[in-house]
Ligand binder design. Structure first.
Ligand code: CJB
Length: 830
């Protein structure tokens, strides 16, 4: 650091950041003219976006530096959130709002000849995630910073995020998302690197007093390079850090040895191979494929992150015993579970701690969040693969398992089978490492993400572990969403209206304050303003629909929206079958009768994993139905069916505020929580849903007359499935009519959809589409009826919003802080 006598000069020269509109304009023009080397004669929207971002980035960095210095100086306990996915979306709008300078930017940009919306629209989404799990991590970062927690996120800097989805002839086509061509929001830290080892072998070396240490040697080294992304809190100087690791070959650009030997191509190949590790996000949601490169990604990322965390801890020269008082690490799903093994390895092999002492530290440090009970999503790695890639880690896993099973054996001496059931190693062919079990054994708390889900993991997939550890190790933290992005940013007019009526925008930091809205539900004038905003948001979405699909929709129609990853358990097929049923019903009516019907726009959006055939069939069916219905003159505006391509965070910001009703209709017991359900209600849309995930708690909060629930309950699912397979399975007659129509070729070649029909008729209807069809259709009739009474409908929406305070991710982070991390917020001192 700078010597004392020179610090005054340093302080005089310190960067200050801009203030006011004029200050912003000056900064913007400076960046256009110097950083970007352009002028007013060739400054297009892209350049204006770049310069605006750089101006705001400078602001953020000043706060970021202060925050980091402050946190280092105070050296209090930090939270590290390890997630393979951070679905951040765009940063500029969020930065402007969180710093509280969007108005200044708007006025400045307008004086310089630009519309702020066009500038915001230039930014690529940071799409480093698949769906809910990745978006949750992003909401958590926003809350951690906004609440002044000392917290860092750790992830991977994928060169390609989630693919872009194009719809060609009704089919999904995947296009690579190369999003890094210009990204002002990251800071490469070429001085922060970690060498990560793979492969090689392990030998034991004798030490003093008959001790042995394991030496892991040989193999290959890949270098991890840190890229830092500042995370601004709302209305606070706290700016936290998200550190993303990028891979490159160790030892610079090339292997110079090979280069000098004339083996140029192979030295480039090494470089490329190393870079492959962080090249691409795996595009699966709720599905694990067991690819070697994925395991490499996982180890690369956790090893680099732990190295960083341990280095920071060691600077304070504390005793290792204090590690859990300084460090809390949260595992977002099982993807980072190897961190448990890596920390044990560092403590035992490198730092020389005894096994038990190290294991105490490890288990006090980690917490594990489970996000799904779907068997196909639970990670398992072949023992042989782990052995090959991480030979020392496999030994440690075996030792962890041995000590764990010894403890279980003592506890349950008469139960042989329990050892087989809970072993971290599954004795299958090939043998597998069960990552969820390893995560449970290595953590002090395990949580689910909504009440039903947390109950289900305790009674199903992790039942034995509740017996072993007792119920206190297992807890629930119901998910939440950040009201900054999902209300203030996505729906500025509604946010403003609310602020004007309840005395300011404190609710953005304490969402329970929305309850002051409740008394306004009966206020006619307020309802009118509310409806006008909803209508304007629907016009905005109608414009996007026109742009992306060419279809004109009527904003006065009821907008019925289902946007999320396409998955059989989420049941977009139930929705589209329902749409076909509606179409057939309309077709069968006289034109007089039709005139009395309520017009509807059914909007779908979401990506299918590239290898998920059935999900792709569902997308195709939605598009096929759309092209028939949308062009049927008998139907006109009464029904439109839209598939919005390339659903992502920035589109969600336009879609969410525009719903009248949204669909959260998973088979009961399959959707761990869901978070878009919260977003839609918070934006004044009602929901139709099953008794699943957070829908249940939403109902409890907002009242069961403000939500449309239908379908079988989770406790009945198993019996129903059993009956389908072993009893008689009769298909709902209305659904059969839908299938018959599909088989007649009304929506194109019947063969294209035969798999979807067969899944219900002949293959046991695992997702209970037929069982729930009748109540689904009947409940949609109730929706239509309710919507006709606009006064009551709007009152319901207002009451629902007023009661949504619980679903802020701030509440959620406070629960983690108190019950899992044992940390308190500490604001930056000025
Ligand atoms: N989730 O997005 C994913 N991917 C997975 O692989 C597993 C679960 C989702 O996590 C969300 C956040 O907890 C949940 O709201 C959602 O129900 C779950 O499917």
């Amino acid at each position: 650091s700078i010597p004392e006598p020179q610090r005054e000069a340093w302080k005089r020269a310190q960067a200050k950041g801009f203030s006011g509109k004029d200050g912003f304009e000056k900064e913007l023009v400076r960046h256009v003219e110097t950083t970007l080397a352009r002028s007013m004669f060739n400054c297009d929207e892209k350049a204006a976006y770049s310069a605006t971002s750089l101006a705001f980035r400078d602001q953020l960095i000043l706060d970021w530096n202060r925050t980091q210095q402050n946190q280092t100086y105070r050296d209090s306990k930090r939270v590290y959130y390890l997630s393979l996915e951070f679905l951040m979306g765009r940063a500029l709008d969020n930065a402007m709002l969180n710093i509280g300078q969007k108005d200044i930017a708007k006025a400045g940009l307008s004086e310089l000849g630009f519309r702020i919306e066009d500038i915001i629209g230039q930014e690529n989404d940071a799409a480093l995630g698949n769906g809910g799990l990745g978006r949750l991590a992003a909401c958590f970062l926003d809350s951690l910073a906004s609440l002044d927690f000392h917290a860092w996120g750790y992830g991977l800097r994928y060169r390609y995020g989630i693919f872009k989805q194009e719809i060609i002839d009704g089919y999904q086509v995947e296009v690579p998302d190369y999003w890094l061509d210009f990204n002002p929001w990251e800071f490469p830290r070429h001085d922060v690197t970690v060498d990560i080892q793979f492969f090689g072998n392990v030998r034991k070396e004798a030490k003093e007093q008959g001790k042995e240490v394991a030496i892991w040697e040989g193999g290959e080294i890949v270098q991890a390079v840190a890229y830092d992304v500042p995370i601004p809190g709302y209305n606070t100087p706290t700016t936290n850090n998200l550190r993303l690791w990028s891979s490159k070959a160790s030892g610079g650009e090339f292997d110079f040895q090979k280069f000098n030997n004339g083996d140029y191509e192979s030295s480039v190949a090494d470089q490329q191979r190393a870079e492959t590790i962080s090249a691409v996000l795996y595009p699966n949601d709720n599905l694990e494929r067991g690819k070697e490169l994925r395991l490499k990604q996982q180890y690369f990322w956790v090893a680099a992150s732990l190295h960083d965390i341990v280095r920071r801890f060691k600077k304070s020269k504390r005793d290792w015993k204090q590690f859990p008082d300084q460090v809390a690490i949260q595992l977002n799903d099982t993807h980072p579970t190897l961190a448990i093994v890596e920390l044990q390895r560092i403590l035992v092999d490198i730092e020389g701690l005894k096994w038990e002492e190290a294991w105490d530290i490890v288990t006090s440090t980690f917490g594990y969040t489970n996000h799904t009970v779907l068997p196909e999503a639970l990670e398992k790695w072949p023992v042989g693969l782990v052995q090959h890639l991480l030979p020392r880690h496999l030994q440690i896993i075996y030792d962890i398992n041995l000590y764990f099973l010894q403890q279980v054996e003592k506890q349950f001496p008469d139960d042989r089978d329990i050892l087989r059931r809970v072993s971290i190693i599954e004795e299958s062919q090939p043998k597998m490492v069960r990552m969820a079990y390893l995560a449970i054994v290595g953590s002090h708390k395990v949580n689910g993400v909504a009440e039903l889900h947390s109950d289900l993991i305790k009674t199903t997939i992790f039942k034995d572990f509740v017996e072993i550890y007792g119920p206190d190790k297992f807890t629930n933290v119901t998910n939440g969403i950040t009201p900054r992005r999902w209300l203030h940013q996505a729906n500025p007019r509604l946010s403003e209206l609310i602020a004007s009526k309840i005395g300011g925008n404190d609710f953005l930091k304490d969402l329970t304050k929305l309850n002051k809205l409740e008394s306004l539900a009966e206020d006619k004038e307020f309802r009118k303003e509310w409806s006008e905003i909803k209508y304007a948001n629907k016009v905005r979405l109608a414009k996007l629909i026109k742009e992306l699909t060419g279809v004109t929709v009527n904003p006065a129609a009821l907008f019925d929206i289902q946007v999320k990853r396409i998955h059989e358990y989420k049941r977009q097929q139930l929705n589209i079958f329902g749409v076909i049923h509606r179409y057939l019903t309309l077709k069968a009516m006289s034109s007089e009768e039709r005139k009395k019907q309520l017009p509807r726009v059914s909007v779908f959006g979401g990506k299918a994993a590239p290898g998920y055939w059935m999900a792709k069939q569902i997308i195709h069916l939605i598009n096929a139905v759309g092209s028939v219905v949308n062009n049927d003159a008998d139907i006109g505006d009464l029904l439109k069916v839209i598939f919005l391509p390339d659903y992502n965070v920035s589109k969600a910001e336009i879609i969410t505020p525009a719903s009248d009703i949204s669909e959260h209709i998973s088979t009961a017991g399959t959707e761990a929580s869901g978070t878009s359900n919260m977003k839609f209600v918070l934006n004044g849309g009602l929901i139709i849903g099953t008794c699943d995930g957070a829908n249940i708690e939403i109902t409890r909060e907002i009242g069961d007359n403000n939500i449309f629930l239908f379908g079988n309950l989770s406790e009945d699912v198993e019996d129903l499935r059993h009956a389908h397979n072993y009893g008689s399975h009769t298909i709902d007659p209305d659904l059969n009519r839908v299938f018959d129509e599909m088989e007649k070729g009304t929506f194109g070649t019947p063969h294209d959809f035969s798999g979807m029909v067969a899944a219900v008729r002949h293959h046991g209807d695992y997702y209970l589409v037929s069982d729930d069809f009748h109540s689904y259709i009947e409940t949609h009739k109730l929706v239509d009826e309710a919507y006709r009474n606009q006064d009551e409908w709007v009152a319901k929406c207002i009451v629902a919003v007023a009661r949504m305070g619980f679903f802020s991710s701030d509440r959620c982070i406070n629960e983690y802080a108190e019950s899992i991390w044992n940390v308190e917020p500490l604001a930056v001192k000025s």
